[in-house]
Write a protein that binds this ligand. Structure first.
Ligand code: PLP
Length: 393
């Protein structure tokens, strides 16, 4: 890399740049409003008002009531709070329905809860990563305490039909949690229309800092607290609040809502340009997952006969950052559980690259990426043991 190497960040499903407006919103809480929001005095009262304001901003993003918003430390905590809160309220055991493509923050948790005695059904997606609402209906049993399904997949961007699944689960009297960590801020979410009981959000996926998350808990839904202690968050999550980050998340949600319509279309057009450009210029490539029902910012492209990680390293030399699999599983030699669930062709199982965009990406960045990628792919294919084997057969 040289001084002139560009910095092209196409890994926004791993984490996002903190928006300058978000940093600005956080500063007063670091410099002036540093009181404890639980204190009776004016120092505390001012800080409590900051939190109340942020709670309203977050609630507005998903059309919730502010008191239904519980601040947590991250998406993983929100997921743990939802599932463990229900399991605990059910006396330590219940039946959980989930899918086989969840993020480790649900998948590993469910496997752990299974070891503790919970029943577990992991619904299989089809080879485009889609799930049918009927599969959920069929999986519900008398013992089911909670259904937990992601809204958008972090690796492929494929969306589950939560709008159809939620009324179905509600009418069966069961609870529905959705891991909306990748969906929140990228697509419209309205909990007045979609009757989910719980929904997880993570700040760092929508231009707020790492270390702040939210669990939306519908009014009237009772779960046991996961972190027990003081009376913060109406007794639902103990611990003195992370006020600057809460302020940042509030502003990030406000910005996401403000930019959503315009940026959804612009970002999807950039993503499509990149995707079509790759498919046209690199042989033996295809898109992993359904191309219609997915987030506007994500494409996951399979490059047959090469290792995704080799492509990533070469892209990195040109200042281009993308990802293979989820940031939480990359580095593992095993193909991702999502690609396995999609039954991706064995010759492409290790060659998936996720490009995930944000509102900060530009047309020039797509052009620059398309300038380098075909050459990288050609070069790696020449070195690939897979291609050598095919040529000699
Ligand atoms: N759920 C999904 C779908 C994710 O993509 C992630 C992070 O990548 C998480 C949960 C975990 O969120 P956090 O990093 O805030 O713990």
């Amino acid at each position: 890399m040289t001084e002139n190497t560009p910095n092209i960040y196409l890994d926004n499903n791993a984490t996002t740049q903190v928006a300058p407006e978000v940093i600005e919103a956080m500063m007063p809480c670091l410099q002036r409003f540093w009181g404890n929001p639980s204190s009776m005095h004016t120092f505390g009262g001012k800080v409590k008002k900051c939190i109340d304001h942020a709670r309203e901003q977050v609630a507005a993003l998903i059309h919730a009531h502010p008191e239904e918003i519980i601040f947590t430390s991250c998406g993983s905590e929100s997921n743990n709070m939802a599932l463990r809160g229900v399991v605990d309220a059910c006396g330590g055991r219940t039946h959980i329905v989930t899918s086989n493509v969840e993020h480790p923050a649900i998948r590993s948790l469910c496997h752990y809860l299974k070891k503790l005695g919970c029943g577990l059904t992991e619904l299989a997606v089809d080879n485009e990563g889609l799930l049918a609402p009927e599969q959920v209906a069929e999986a519900l049993t008398k013992e089911t305490g909670i259904v937990s399904l992601m809204w958008a997949n972090n690796e492929t961007g494929v969306l589950f039909p939560i709008e159809e699944i939620a009324p179905l689960v509600k009418s069966s009297g069961k609870l529905l949690h959705t891991d909306a960590v990748q969906a929140a801020g990228k697509i419209p979410i309205d909990v007045r229309e979609v009757p989910v009981d719980m929904l997880s959000i993570s700040g760092h996926k929508l231009h707020a800092p790492k270390g702040i998350g939210v669990l939306y808990l519908r009014k009237g839904v009772k779960i046991n607290p996961f972190i027990i202690g003081g009376h913060q968050e109406l007794g639902r999550r103990a611990g003195t609040e992370n006020v600057p980050y809460i302020m940042g998340l509030g502003r990030a949600c406000e910005l996401a809502l403000e930019h959503m319509n315009e940026e959804r279309t612009r970002v999807a057009a950039l993503r499509d340009q990149l995707e079509q450009g790759i498919l046209a210029s690199c042989a033996d490539t295809f898109v992993n997952g359904n191309r219609e029902k997915r987030l506007p910012n994500t494409t996951n492209i399979a490059f047959k006969y090469i290792e995704g990680e080799s492509i990533l390293l070469r892209l990195d030399q040109y200042g281009i950052a993308a990802s293979s699999g989820s940031a939480c599983t990359s580095g593992s030699p095993e193909p991702s559980h999502v690609m396995q669930a999609l039954h991706v062709d064995a010759m492409a199982l290790h060659g998936g690259i996720r490009f995930s965009l944000s509102r900060y990406n530009t047309q020039e960045e797509m052009d620059e990426t398309l300038k380098h990628l075909p050459g990288i792919v050609d070069e790696l294919r020449k070195l690939s043991p897979f291609t050598a084997r095919i040529q000699c057969c």
